[in-house]
Design a protein around this ligand. Sequence first.
Ligand SMILES: C[S@@+](CC[C@H](N)C(=O)[O-])C[C@H]1O[C@@H](n2cnc3c(N)ncnc32)[C@H](O)[C@@H]1O
Length: 267
Amino acid sequence: MVFERAAHDYDADVHGIPFFRPLGRTLVSAAGVRPGEDVVDLACGRGAVLIPAAEATGPTGSVRAFDLAPTMVALTAADVAARSLPWATVAVADATNPPVEPASADVLLCGMGLFLLPDPVGALARWRGLLRPGGRLAVSVFGAPDPLWSRPDYPLRLATGLGAADRRPGQAILAEGALARALTAAGFELTRDDLVATDLVFRDVEHWWHWAWGTAVRSMLEKVDNADLPAMIDDLTRWHAPSVDAGGLHWRPTIRIVTATVGAPRG
Ligand SMILES: C[S@@+](CC[C@H](N)C(=O)[O-])C[C@H]1O[C@@H](n2cnc3c(N)ncnc32)[C@H](O)[C@@H]1O
């Protein structure tokens, strides 16, 4: 799994590109996590959501976080220990069916992970059962992609035959309206569905390339032979020229933030 290999590079400060951590704080704030609440964080990665959630619940609450990649879990557990947040736990588990007792959480969070699951719609239905009456869900996913990076003739796609993560079955949840429909079908009441603009600025293609080793794009980068790397960097530099200005090379994906509550029982 690409995230197991990417764990050490994921969201690394050394690149100076804040992305997942600001989004994690936005998600926790959108969920309105309060002191004393019991929170579950699914696909927790390196803790972008987990850490602010634990700060928000404080020691009278709890955060149970899960990720499928053992190295993500080990590194994040060490971060949690270093920050003295003993009311937060991190364990290896599949977010599709996490080891959480029914009706035991006040808030369920999943930052940038739902579309990686093979069956996001089924997962949402299961997640609803983990929430107490009145419980809340907050999820972030990719919204509209930056067109320059998503074209089928993007040089990295042509060279590697891969489309980063976009051939995963869970990608259908990213279609306009799909997440809102899935939440309603699962018995949630939608409370927010917003697109948030982002603008990541890299010095140049090489800077982006180093940062992308910590993301799912790594699966494409791994396929490029070292001997072919200079030519690939040249191709990408030409490709991205329209997104370069005095500040650097821009990547501007939008992010969808969705919140929902457990609605009235159906039937
Ligand atoms: C893009 S990262 C997001 C991590 C974190 N929530 C954040 O906002 O930075 C996606 C994470 O999902 C995890 N993941 C992928 N499939 C999973 C699954 N079936 N169950 C649990 N975690 C999964 C990966 O290991 C990775 O850590």
